[in-house]
Each structure stands twice: as structure tokens, then as C-alpha cells.
Design a protein around this ligand. Structure first.
Ligand code: BGC
Length: 772
């Protein structure tokens, strides 16, 4: 745990340069706009510890899987969103010295991520080996208003000398992924061109053949006058260079407009030409207007998704940081894209899609970005249905059974680890649950007929084939799985998986009934397409539901995580020597698998999803049993515990769990922020506030809240969209305020009581623990 980030409500601030923290800060200060993103690397040369990272959404490479002993069913490749051309480069050579903070004495260093307006600013004074002192301020952003464009303003002022300098703004395409399995380079050069102050580089990915054009326009100004720029070009490198005289206390300003365009969105032959148009548009607007546009676009995002906390600046900063990074990662404009666990902030997890999207991210985008954005997340899986069916065939399933991948970029399974990922078939249930959750929230029943039902049929068919009849039990069982708790492998009858499988079968049956009633034509078309024998197959689904086996411990009154769980040594986490934690770094894998310790919510994940089925006592008994055995070594875990603790009225613990997720990256809680940010768990942080502290639920088409005020907070407020309404919900010491900003009148339940909020009106309610 490190605490070097200064507290501020709208900014992430680092003061002083600690090279040892550089890779952590490169993650924390990352920029993105949904279309591309990058780590907060320096513009000028840096020969110290760094992880250079630029990523273009949807552009990946199928890196060959590395495995000692190949077995049938292993994925052929591990997909990676590629580290792409570095477009920020600005080399400064003063006399015969290169400006490089690794070799300079650095003072007055600061890095500020302005979350309100969406830009990164870095300033420092560097004393070079020769004693020459320069002051630099660099500001840059990835535009969300024009999402293929980015801009940098880099100003350099000599403080104690006059000297000739060579300034080179460049694009470097000679890039490798640090996590390449065979240390290969993934890009080939297709076209490069530098002319005057413009430069273009088109690179093609090996195997997948994506073309990406990265371009720049460079302007160097002294005293408002442009300095002449000469093109530079060599293998996988283009740019522009100028010789300028730097005069003491005179600022030289470099403007660099850059763009990244991919063949996913442009015809290959038009890439360079279109890149030129984006750059000309950016340069014509100019840095300051682009920045204003950026601030305005971010103001709209904040209007939709901000959470305002009074009385706790650190919590305020943290929640905004989470929301900011989520909005930088996914904008929902393109149904081909999804949310990698690290977004655009690092290489780990390869930028691929995991169950994280459906299980953790969907609620955030549903409530803040709106229906179409959330719908695109679902349509992404619809588009992968054929591949999910092929994936199931590869594993021995038939008749249109669909097994969605645990890790994917294009619908194909591409995980790198046999033993856990492969058996986490529970991801299929999260995808079905997301359809239910989306329709429950939006009321968009038409989605079922249009897309949802086909997915549900494929998933139901998978579960119906994956179970087997146990003659011993005279029940259906599910053998050889890994549940959400990845500290178990190849277990029998994981309660969560069995429960969610039966839930999926029931939901698919109901979905069929619904579509036949509302859209019989489409229903017939789907039956034709899927060759579903409704009577026979749903009959079998019902048989499975009725006879599914669920492990329980009747004496303890709990659901058992899996068969045999109680045979394990039951020493609680609190009694473990802290020096043994985190287990995944201190214990052998074998020891972890034999232990009772739970990496992340498992039974509790099921109670969270299906909470309406269980009474308070059942939830409490299970929570009280499993929480003391949970080590929360996945960032996805504490949010589920926070929401359940809140539901159980344990406000103190709900707040403690929330604290573990909200500043996870800002304080490098798990010592792994340098690999990238935990983007998907950031959505869990949002859920902890909205579903946990505010108790937001949608039941029977109605929005409900039952807020409490955590810790030292004076109040908290958030905006949500719900079925055409935009509501601002504020919980303060004296009660709850609901403002209805648009749309029609709405009735919401507050602490179980109906409360009518007319369009444009605000209602205030005093209740429960909020009344002083
Ligand atoms: C978690 C998984 C998750 C993955 C990607 C793992 O550590 O256990 O549930 O899908 O990370 O975030």
C-alpha cells in the first residue's frame, strides 16, 4: 500500500518524482476515450523504469499459447490488444545532451490528472548533467469529442542558459508487447510518409491483418513564430525535427496533434488520407479549442455519472477516479468493443472480455450511460453466439449448445490458463443474467425477441447437456467445474454454478413464453433458426430444474460452496499469520487449492444476483459463514460483500469493504497497479455506493432506494437514468432528496414507501437513520 497521491476532489495529483513509483503512476494517470488509450508515459526520452503503452480498441494479435503439454480443448491462442505505435514522442536534445529525467536532477515535479476536464498535465524542472536547467510543462489528452484525435502542448523554457537544441516530434512503431509469449514483434510496416510538419505511419498486425495509421502534425513556436520543421523517416519511425535556439527564460511551445485510425473503421486505402483529415481538423481548431471541447464533453459525462460525496475528500477523489476511468475505457458507441479488465492501462489480461462485463460493469453503464450503451454490451455477445456454439462443439456439446468463452476478443476462447479458466463455465450464466438485468432495468422487453432469446436458448442447451444424472443421488449434478472462487479447481457441484444453471433454464423457458405471446412471428423464425423442439427441450430443462442437486449444510443452515467443502481445515482468515498473505504470492498453488480460503465472492455472488429468492436470515447465515473465509484476492470481491453487508444493515462493514475497492489503485493496495488499473472492479466500486449505500434496486419495474450514510460522510448524491427519466438522488443527514430532471412523473419506493416525483420536481423525505 502506498499513499503518495494527494487528496483533491477533482484531480489526481502526484508531487515530487519518485522513479520507483513511475510505473504505478503511468497506470494511474492513464488517458483514454473508448477508441484508444495510453499509459502516462513521458513525451521526452526516459531510460528509467517504464512500461510504454498505447492501445487501439479492437486491434489484437493471437499470440500462440504457451503450454508444456498440449491437450485437446486448449485454446489455440491467447489474444492481446496490442501495444501500438507510440505517438507522444518528443525528443529534446540540447547541445549534445538528451533531456531524460533518468539522468537529470528533477525538482518541482508534478503530474495532475484533471478528471473534470479530461487531461493530463506534467511539470518539472530538470538540471541536466552539464548543469543546464529547463522548465517543462506538458499537457495532453485523447479527445472524446473527436475520438480518433489527440493533442499535446509541450512547453520548454531554459532557466540558466542559451543553446541550440534539436526538437523532434515522432511516431515510433517499433513496439513490442512486454507480455509476448515468444518475444515476437507483432507489427509490420506498410506505409510511412513524412512531409513538412506531417508524418504518417501505417502498421499492420501480423496474422490478424489490422492496419492502423498513426499520424501527427507538429508545430514549434518561439515568440509566436513557427520554427521550420524537417521531415524525418526511417524503418517504422516517422516524425519532424527542428533546430531551434533556446534562449534563457524564453518559452518554446510544441504543439503535436496526433491521430490513430484503424482498418476496423476505415477502408485500408483511405487510412492515411483520412488520418490527414483528422489531423487537419484538429490543427485548424487548435489546442485550446480542442481542450475546451474536451472539457465540455467531460462536463456532459459528469452530468450523467458523477457521484458527489460531502465530508470525505479522499472518498470523493476515489469514486470520481473510478468513474473517470470507466468512462475513458468504454463509451458504448461501438458494439464490437468491450471492456478489458485493465482497459487501456496495461497489457495484463490482454484487453480481452471476461465475465466481468456482465457481472460487474453492466449496472454502471445501464444507470449512467443509458440504454443504448448497455444494449451494445449485450449485442456484443449476441454477435458471438455462433462462435460460442462452435466453442461448445469443440468441447463435445451439440444441438446448438453455446458455451461463451471465459476470455475473448472476437468470440473465440483465448485464455492462457487451463486449470482455472477453462472450467469457469459459470460465465455462461452471467451472460444470461445480464439480459435479465438489462430488461429488468430498462423495460426493453423487445430485446428478448430481437437478440436475447437466441442467446438464452444456446445457453440453456449447454446447461442441459453439461449436467449429468447421478443414480446415487437421483438428481442432476455438475462435475468438474471452477466457480467464481478461483482458489478451487475441478470441484463437483459448485452451488453457485448449479444454482445459476437452473436459473438460466427457467429464464430461457419464460423468455420463450414471453416471445411467443408478444412476437409470434419472430418466435417462429427463432424456432426455425435454432431448430428448437420446444416441448421436448423445455420439458428436459424443467426436469433438470426440478431435480438439480444443491449442496447444503443443514446443520449450519448454509449453501455449501461445493461438495466436500466442509472436509477442509476451517481456520479463519483472521487467524492466519498476516505474513502469509496474499496467499497467491506466499503459498503454493497446491496448498491454496486444499485450503478453505475463498478468492472472491462465490456462494455470496449467487445470493447477490438472486437476492429476491432468499430471506434475510438465509443471506445472513451464509454471509457470516463465508465472509470470514474470504481473502478478497480478486479486486472483484469486496463490492459484492459491501452490497450484501449493506442489505444486512451492517453499515460499518459495508463501508469497510467499499474502502477496499475505492482506492485500490490510487493507493496501490494490492501492489500490482503498475501492471495497469483494475477497470472492471471500478464498476463494482460504483455498485457499492449505488446498490450498497443507497440500496438501489429495480423490482416490478419500479425503482427503489433505502439509503444510509456511511462513515464520516455528510451526504452523497448521484445521477441515474431510468426509463427516460434522469434522477438525482441525494442522501444527507436529514433525509433523502430525489430530483426529477426530465421525462415524465415517476413513482419510486423509498424505504418501501411510494413517493411520487413529478417531472422537474424535487421531493424530500425524512426517514430512518438519516433523520437527525
Ligand atoms: C478473477 C476473475 C476475473 C479476472 C479478470 C480474476 O482474478 O478471479 O473473476 O474474471 O480476474 O478480471
Amino acid at each position: 500500500m502506498k499513499q503518495y497521491i494527494k487528496t483533491d476532489e477533482w484531480n489526481i495529483i502526484e508531487e515530487g518524482f519518485v522513479p520507483h513509483y513511475n510505473k504505478i503512476s503511468e497506470s494511474i494517470f492513464s488517458l483514454g476515450n473508448g477508441r484508444m488509450g495510453q499509459r502516462a508515459n513521458f513525451e521526452e526520452a526516459y531510460s528509467g523504469e517504464t512500461l510504454q503503452g498505447n492501445y487501439v480498441a479492437g486491434v489484437y494479435y493471437p499470440d500462440k499459447t504457451r503450454v508444456g503439454w498440449w491437450k485437446n480443448g486448449y485454446p489455440e491462442y491467447f489474444a492481446k490488444v496490442l501495444n501500438a505505435a507510440n505517438w507522444i514522442g518528443i525528443d529534446i536534445r540540447i547541445g549534445d545532451e538528451v533531456l531524460d529525467l533518468h539522468h537529470a536532477k528533477v525538482s518541482s515535479f508534478s503530474r495532475v490528472l484533471n478528471m473534470k476536464e479530461g487531461y493530463l498535465q506534467r511539470s518539472f524542472t530538470a538540471t541536466m548533467k552539464s548543469g543546464k536547467e529547463v522548465r517543462v510543462t506538458a499537457t495532453r489528452f485523447c479527445s472524446i469529442a473527436d475520438d480518433e484525435a489527440c493533442a499535446i502542448r509541450y512547453s520548454i523554457t531554459p532557466l540558466n542558459f542559451d543553446s541550440e537544441a534539436v526538437i523532434t516530434g515522432y511516431i515510433d512503431g517499433d513496439i513490442r508487447n512486454q507480455d509476448a509469449n515468444y518475444d515476437e514483434k507483432f507489427w509490420e510496416s506498410v506505409y510511412s510518409h513524412a512531409e513538412g510538419n506531417s508524418a504518417y505511419l501505417v502498421l499492420r498486425t501480423r496474422k490478424t491483418g489490422f492496419d492502423v495509421c498513426t499520424g501527427q502534425q507538429l508545430f514549434i513556436l518561439q515568440d509566436g513564430q513557427p520554427v521550420s520543421i524537417q521531415p524525418v523517416q526511417r524503418e517504422k519511425y516517422v516524425g519532424g525535427s527542428a533546430v531551434a535556439v533556446l534562449s534563457r527564460n524564453q518559452e518554446t511551445i510544441i504543439f503535436k496533434y496526433a491521430a490513430n485510425l484503424s482498418s476496423e473503421n476505415h477502408a485500408r486505402e483511405a487510412l492515411a488520407g483520412n488520418c490527414r483529415l483528422v489531423l487537419e481538423r484538429a490543427a485548424a481548431k487548435g489546442f485550446e479549442s480542442m481542450l475546451k471541447e474536451q472539457a465540455a464533453a467531460w462536463a456532459r459525462k459528469w452530468e450523467e455519472s458523477d457521484i458527489v460525496i460531502e465530508g470525505d475528500a479522499a472518498a470523493q477523489q476515489a469514486i470520481r477516479f473510478n468513474i473517470f476511468q470507466l468512462n475513458q475505457t468504454y463509451t458504448g458507441e461501438d458494439a464490437r468493443l468491450n471492456i478489458g479488465p485493465k482497459g487501456f492501462t496495461g497489457e495484463k489480461y490482454g484487453g480481452s472480455t471476461y465475465w466481468d462485463t456482465e457481472a460487474y460493469c453492466l449496472p454502471f453503464y445501464l444507470a449512467t450511460a443509458g440504454q443504448q450503451v448497455a444494449r451494445n454490451l449485450l449485442v456484443y455477445r449476441y454477435k458471438h453466439l455462433e462462435k460460442a456454439i462452435e466453442n461448445a462443439v469443440k468441447l463435445g456439446f451439440s444441438n446448438g449448445a453455446a458455451l461463451y468463452p471465459m476470455v475473448t476478443i472476437n468470440g473465440e476462447e483465448c485464455h492462457n490458463e487451463w486449470e482455472i479458466t477453462f472450467e469457469e463455465i459459470h460465465r455462461n450464466a452471467a451472460i444470461a443474467f445480464a439480459i435479465f438485468n438489462y430488461i429488468r432495468y430498462t423495460g426493453d422487453e423487445a430485446y428478448l425477441a430481437e437478440y436475447g432469446l437466441e442467446v438464452l436458448i444456446g445457453i440453456a442447451r449447454f446447461w442441459a447437456q453439461r449436467v449429468n444424472w447421478s443414480h446415487a443421488r437421483e438428481q442432476y449434478v455438475m462435475l468438474g467445474v471452477t466457480g467464481p472462487n478461483e482458489y478451487e479447481n475441478n470441484v463437483n457441484n459448485n452451488w453457485y454454478t448449479n444454482t445459476m444453471a437452473a436459473w438460466c433454464l427457467q429464464y430461457a423457458t419464460e423468455a420463450l413464453q414471453q416471445v411467443v405471446a408478444t412476437n409470434p412471428e419472430r418466435y417462429e423464425a427463432i424456432l426455425q433458426k435454432t431448430a428448437l423442439d420446444v416441448k421436448k427441450e423445455t420439458g428436459q430443462w424443467q426436469h433438470v430444474i426440478k431435480h438439480m442437486y444443491y449442496p447444503e449444510d443443514e446443520q449450519l443452515g448454509i449453501f455449501l460452496q461445493q461438495d466436500g467443502y466442509m472436509d477442509k481445515d476451517q481456520t479463519l482468515v483472521k487467524d492466519l499469520d498476516p505474513a502469509q498473505r496474499p496467499l497467491n504470492q506466499k503459498w503454493s498453488w497446491d496448498r491454496i487449492l486444499r485450503s478453505c480460503y475463498i478468492k472472491q465472492a462465490d456462494v455470496l455472488q449467487g445470493l447477490y444476483f438472486l437476492e429476491d429468492r432468499y430471506d434475510q436470515d438465509t443471506i445472513r447465515r451464509n454471509f457470516d459463514f463465508y465472509e470470514p473465509r474470504t481473502v478478497h484476492e480478486s479486486s472483484l470481491s469486496p463490492c459484492v460483500h459491501a452490497i450484501l453487508a449493506a442489505r444486512l444493515g451492517d453499515e460499518q462493514r459495508a463501508y469497510e469493504f467499499y474502502l477496499r475497492t475505492s482506492r485500490l489503485d490510487l493507493d496501490d493496495y494490492n501492489n500490482d497497479t503498475e501492471d495497469g488499473l483494475h477497470i472492471t472492479s471500478m464498476a463494482g466500486t460504483w455498485m457499492s455506493v449505488v446498490e450498497g449505500f443507497a440500496g438501489m434496486r429495480v423490482r416490478g419495474g419500479q425503482l427503489q432506494f433505502s439509503p444510509f450514510l456511511p462513515g464520516k460522510w455528510q451526504s452523497f448524491a448521484f445521477n441515474i437514468r431510468f426509463r427516460g427519466n434522469v434522477l438525482k438522488v441525494k442522501a444527507g443527514k436529514h433525509g433523502v432528496n430525489i430530483e426529477n430532471h426530465s421525462g415524465g412523473d415517476i413513482t419510486v419506493l423509498i424505504y418501501g414507501e411510494p413517493c411520487e416525483v413529478a417531472a422537474g420536481a424535487t421531493v424530500q423525505l425524512k426517514h430512518g437513520n438519516l433523520v437527525n
